[in-house]
Write a protein of this length. Structure first.
Length: 433
């Protein structure tokens, strides 16, 4: 009897075309003795026939699978009693909108493994889409920047870009960027635009992905400390884009001026620090937010700043909020958007969003499923990270007690629920139910 692995159909929206395992990964599992059952899908980036060709069975019923893999949250009606599943659950912060799903998992004695908690001994995530969120987010932001400037009367080479989901591949998108790069190098940006300054918060996988897209263009990196007086005398080149990366030490300072900044102290005691990031905002054209944020940390952009400081003459045109914490680090991120309607203008006077890139306020790009805009490459990348663990997960006996559950340690610590009970590290979530 072959152990059975299931792959469910993604159905969150019409744009979610990703898979946790591409056909090449399934072929490898089949060759190692696994049976792989995958639900049919008309929108998935890989056709059903591609899975059949590598030995998978395409079928609706996944009830005989020991483990079912997915990407986004499982609908409650799909959750089968006693079954194990692995997906991005979005429950570890007690996210209110997913508590009914979590309660169903508990009630039906299921096991839940969360990709987000698969980490090494340095707490670095091992199975992620982060870099593809950065790649797609930067492409989406540059496209929107071109549209916003067109609305303001500037004809820029960014109008030659398409949205990431409109390209056939990441290579095709990069080829378009090389054309833009050549244009800027030779022709320069329109007179009167001022310097194009792109700021990145954070330096992890998301930020690296986003920066790699911008770096295709003619970029010169500057330090945050250089921004204040750098362009006061129009001492900039229209043939360059200026990039600045902000670290924690640039975004907060100790509340007590007699103390020095210490990164670990900030992580442990954020209440001892105050945010100073807004001092840079009037020097940025584009802000790309790529940093992890929790409510205990200071905000980066407040609604008050937008209301008091932002004007139609402000340099800051667009905030690419790849992190997408609703009213979080970017307080004017009012809503997570979808690829079909990705941006809105934040109107501070009304504290409201106005869809599109036209209006009185900064444009907010807050798509929360950005890797789905590059579904093929993102799925292959993701599956390649999952594969080192897939055999062990597929062979595991989830009916034993948690202490006896034989899984790689990186996977075992990502088990949120086992047989309908929270595992020790996640019992705190019960207070949110």
């Amino acid at each position: 009897m072959h152990p059975v692995i299931g792959i469910r159909r993604e159905d969150k929206n019409e744009w979610e075309r990703r898979v946790p395992l591409a056909p090449r990964h399934v072929k490898d599992l089949v060759s190692k003795g696994f049976a792989v059952h995958i639900q049919p899908s008309e929108i998935r980036v890989f056709k059903d026939s591609e899975y059949v060709e590598v030995g998978a069975s395409v079928q609706e019923d996944l009830s005989d699978a020991k483990i079912v893999y997915g990407i986004k949250e499982f609908p409650e009606e799909f959750i089968l009693p006693n079954q194990a599943s692995m997906f991005f659950a979005h429950v570890i912060k007690g996210q209110k909108y997913n508590m009914p799903m979590l309660q169903t998992i508990l009630d039906r004695k299921c096991t839940l493994i969360d990709y987000e908690k698969v980490t090494n001994d340095r707490n670095q995530r091992l199975i992620f889409f982060g870099n593809y969120a950065g790649l797609a987010g930067m492409l989406e932001t540059l496209y929107t920047y071109g549209k916003r400037l067109e609305y303001e009367g500037y004809d820029t080479p960014f109008l030659g870009l398409k949205r990431p989901l409109e390209y056939g591949s990441l290579d095709e998108a990069k080829a378009a960027l090389y054309v833009v790069s050549r244009w800027i190098s030779i022709m320069g940006l329109p007179k009167g635009m001022g310097p194009l300054v792109v700021g990145f918060t954070g330096y992890g996988n998301v930020s690296k992905g986003a920066q790699s897209i911008l770096d295709i263009l003619p970029v010169e990196e500057v330090a945050p400390s250089e921004l204040k007086g750098m362009f006061d005398k129009d001492d900039f080149s229209p043939h360059l884009i200026y990039k600045v990366v902000f670290y924690e030490k640039d975004m907060v300072v100790p509340a007590d001026p007699n103390n020095h900044f210490d990164l670990q102290d900030y992580f442990k005691h954020p209440e001892k620090y105050v945010g100073v990031f807004e001092q840079y905002l009037n020097k940025l054209s584009i802000l790309v937010n790529c940093i992890y944020w929790d409510a205990k940390y200071p905000r980066l952009v407040t609604k008050k700043w937008v209301k008091d400081k932002w004007t139609k003459q402000s340099m800051l045109k667009i905030i690419g909020d790849i992190t997408c914490d609703i009213e979080g680090s970017i307080e004017c991120t009012l809503k997570a958007t979808e690829p079909g309607n990705p941006v809105y203008v934040y109107n501070a006077e009304k504290d409201a969003k106005e869809w599109g890139w036209e209006g009185n306020g900064p444009v907010i790009m807050s798509v929360d499923t950005l890797p789905s805009e590059l579904p093929r490459e993102a799925s292959i990348f993701f599956g390649s990270q999952l594969m080192p663990f897939a055999q062990s997960i597929g062979k595991a006996d989830f009916d034993v007690e948690f202490a006896e559950l034989d899984l790689p340690p990186e996977i075992k610590k990502a088990v949120i629920v086992h047989k309908g009970k929270f595992t020790p590290n996640y019992e705190y979530i019960s207070k949110y139910l």
